[in-house]
Each structure stands twice: as C-alpha cells, then as structure tokens.
Design a protein around this ligand. Sequence first.
Ligand SMILES: [Zn+2]
Length: 251
Amino acid sequence: MPTVKDFSVEEKLSSLVKLQKIESKLDNIQVLKGELPIEVSDLEDEIEGLHARQNRIEEEINGMQQFIDQKKTIIKDSQELVKKYEKQSDNVKNNREFEAINKEMEMQTLEIKLAEKHIKDATEEIAEKAKQLELAKKAVATKEANLKGKKGELEKIIAETDKEEKHYNKLAGSATEHVDERLLISYKRIRNNYRNGLAVVPVERDSCGGCFNAIPPQKQSEIKQRKKIIVCENCGRILVDDELNNAVEIK
Ligand SMILES: [Zn+2]
C-alpha cells in the first residue's frame, strides 16, 4: 500500500478537495444549527448561576431565622428571670437587697428590648431577602422556558441532520487519512481563518473562488498542470483548477 508521501501533487490535491467538500457539508449543517448550541449552553450556565443565587438567599434566610429563634429564647429566659426577681422583691429584707434585685430586673428588661430590636431588624431583612428570592425564582422560570424553546429547536435540527452528520464525519475521518500531513496542517490553519471554512477553492471565471481576486493566465496554467501546490496571493487559500474540483464528488 502506498503511503501518502508517494502520492503525486495531483492526488494530494484531489484528496484535499475531497476533504474540503465533506467538511463544507458538515459546515452547512452547523450553519443550520446557527447560534443555538451557544445560546443553549449560555442559558444553562445562567440558570445554574441563578440557582446558586437562590440557594445562597435561602441559606441566608435560614441563618436569620435561627438568629431570631435564639433571640426568642433569650427573651423567654429573661422574662422568667424578671418574674423570679418580682417574687423575690416581695420578700426583700433591706434597701440594699431591693436595689440589687431592681438592678437585675432592669438589666433583664434591657436584654429583652435589645433582643426584640434584633428580631425586628432580622424580620425586615428576611422580608427583603424573600423579595430577592422571588425575583430569582421568576428569572429562573423565564430562562428555563427560553431554554426549553431553544433546546427544542436544536433537537429538531439535530434529529433532521444527525444521520447526515454522522455519515459525513465518517467520510471526513477516512478522507483525512489520505491527506498529506503537512498539507493538512496548512489546510486546517487556512480553514480556521475564514468564516466560511473554505481552504481549498477552484479557479472560477479567472478568479480565486475564495476571495474573487483575479488569477493571472500564467498562474492559471501552472494550477492546471497540478505539479505543485499553489496558493492565492491575496487570501492564501489553496487553488485547484475547475476540472479537478468538479471531478471530486461527495455522496
Ligand atoms: Zn483568494
């Protein structure tokens, strides 16, 4: 079996044209999908972010709820102490004892007031957080509906093109094996440079099929000889003659 190195320039060009035509078919399928794959993955990222935000707010609310519960316990304890001191004050023996109990009661009353203030503030904060949570939930619902629509569209296209795509991917795989390694590197580099993914183009109406720059007659005859790889001076694409280009058919 001959290796790629043994092939003539003509054979190398033919293999390259074949690969280009297969990959152009695959490019067309991608064009059909358009921005949908990116839009879907962007929406998925956004929804993930919103869910994380939602969880964070819920955790904050839980934390504040616990804080309120702690303060309620403090109030209950203080109220019991106040009751205890009230009873004690009925049986005081002297003025000094009366003042000491009074001081304790005052302290507990202040403790209760402070806890009540903390509860009020935390309750207001919870209400604010609940609003944020509601907004985050609404945003998630909107994005999810949007995602569902986009995913549906994309899945429809994929269902329609999947068989074709697999077929051409397989063809591209075997076509790649027949392309000269160095030529393949150039081909890929040029392909990446252009939105339409064309790296190998025919000479059409005396012009480069990629950038429509005029090709001088001398160069055109060199291209037709198929003795060396010739690139367009203007766009760098690999040029082949029309006949060689038309001879390659993809099924
Ligand atoms: Zn060109």
